[in-house]
Design a protein around this ligand. Structure first.
Ligand code: NAD
Ligand code: UDP
Length: 329
């Protein structure tokens, strides 16, 4: 609550994996939430519980297009921008739209935040570091992104979105927060999403071949969704001077083969592992340096991979949309 008044929060991309968890947490904490989404990768099932709440409202809209006039007249305290497909095959399906979502879409949302004096949070990504030469990745590292490759629509889109955000902040138009999210997983990842955790868990449960791209020695550091949402909310509510971009992720690094072995052991699956070509520009190593998040926000992830996979596997086993996340049942 702000001045005893209910906080009004806009969540663009609120029908997606992370966005739907965030909307639930915000409502649990007393806010009124408007979700803006075009259902490109988001699902109505993700909103099932939210739609029971009087504090939730859905507006279907593509943020590449100017925002509806009636929305521009509304007052928000906070604007979260999570709108963008995050899975490589999905964001590469229409690269121009992905780039425009990040650049034009972020601009439209910044203008809304400026009009009503809202604080703005951009969900940027570890992909701004590209295939990094620095390891682990610290926020001051400028990255190694191929601006002409198939991932560029996403990576460069997010980099440009960060640029816009910091320009708006420097010009005192909007107070911004930028989170660089590292691979996050959990209940509500769509089985057809194409990211590694959803692929491996759904393949293991179905007894299908497990697709490992490359030789599986590339690494990622997997953050559980509840930890991620905590980090995003702490960053949004950080009241100090502009902290710059902040990595939000779990610093425990695993190879893809280690992830596969863990999922196979936890599901008791007999699936075979098959090797397929490594996608172009696939980063070889990724691990966040989270000392800034720990120092500035007092945030550190609480859920280890085995714990997080347990609830993720349970959710996939129960069938998409039928079971609920670990938080709130
Ligand atoms: P997701 O694909 O599940 O959710 C994205 C949501 O944005 C979907 O509901 C989709 O329909 C919506 N959307 C996409 N384009 C839109 C548009 N033009 N207009 C309106 N809505 C649009 O992905 P997610 O994993 O929940 O990711 C959420 C955000 O976090 C994304 O911005 C992503 O780049 C960022 N991020 C996520 C991860 C991760 O590991 N989950 C990592 C880095 C960054
Ligand atoms: N990957 C894989 N099998 C899959 C999907 C992904 O081996 O079925 C690999 C992918 O090549 C990458 C890592 O797993 O090295 C993480 O991929 P994801 O798409 O989840 O996210 P990224 O970090 O690449 O954006």
């Amino acid at each position: 609550m702000k001045n005893g008044r209910q906080k009004q929060i806009l969540v663009a991309g609120g029908a997606g994996f992370l966005g739907s968890h965030l909307c639930e947490r915000l409502i649990e904490e007393g806010a009124r939430v408007v979700c803006l989404d075009n259902f490109l990768t988001g699902k109505p099932e993700n909103l099932r519980r939210l739609e029971l709440s009087a504090d939730f409202e859905l507006i279907e809209h593509d943020i590449v297009e100017p925002l509806p006039a009636k929305l521009m007249k509304r007052r928000f305290d906070r604007v979260y921008n999570l709108a963008c497909a995050a899975s490589p095959p999905l964001y590469q399906a229409d690269p121009e739209h992905t780039l425009m979502t990040n650049v034009l879409g972020t601009r439209h949302l910044l203008k809304l935040a400026e009009a009503c004096g809202a604080r703005f949070l951009l969900t940027s990504t570890s992909e701004v570091y590209g295939d990094p030469h620095a390891h682990p990745q610290v926020e001051s590292y400028w990255g190694n992104v191929n601006c002409t490759g198939p991932r560029a629509c996403y990576d460069e889109g997010k980099r440009a979105a960060e640029t816009l955000c910091f320009d708006y902040d420097r010009l005192k138009k909007v107070e911004v927060r930028v989170a660089r999210i590292f691979n996050t997983y959990g209940p509500r990842l769509s089985p057809d999403d194409g990211r590694v955790v959803s692929n491996v868990v759904s393949q293991a449960l179905a007894g299908d071949d497990i697709t490992v791209f490359g030789d599986g020695s590339q690494t990622r550091s997997f953050c559980y969704v509840d930890d991620q949402v905590d980090g995003l909310m702490k960053l949004m509510e950080f009241d100090g001077a502009q902290p710059g971009p902040i990595n939000i992720g779990n610093p425990v690094e695993r190879t893809i083969l280690e992830l596969v072995d863990l999922v196979l052991a936890m599901t008791g699956s007999n699936s075979e592992v098959i090797f397929q070509p490594l996608p172009v520009d696939d980063p070889k190593r990724r691990r966040p340096d989270i000392s800034k998040a720990e120092r500035v926000l007092g945030w550190t992830p609480q859920t280890d991979l085995e714990q997080g996979l347990r609830s993720t596997i349970a959710w996939f086993e129960a069938g998409e949309g039928l079971a609920a996340s670990t938080r709130g049942g």
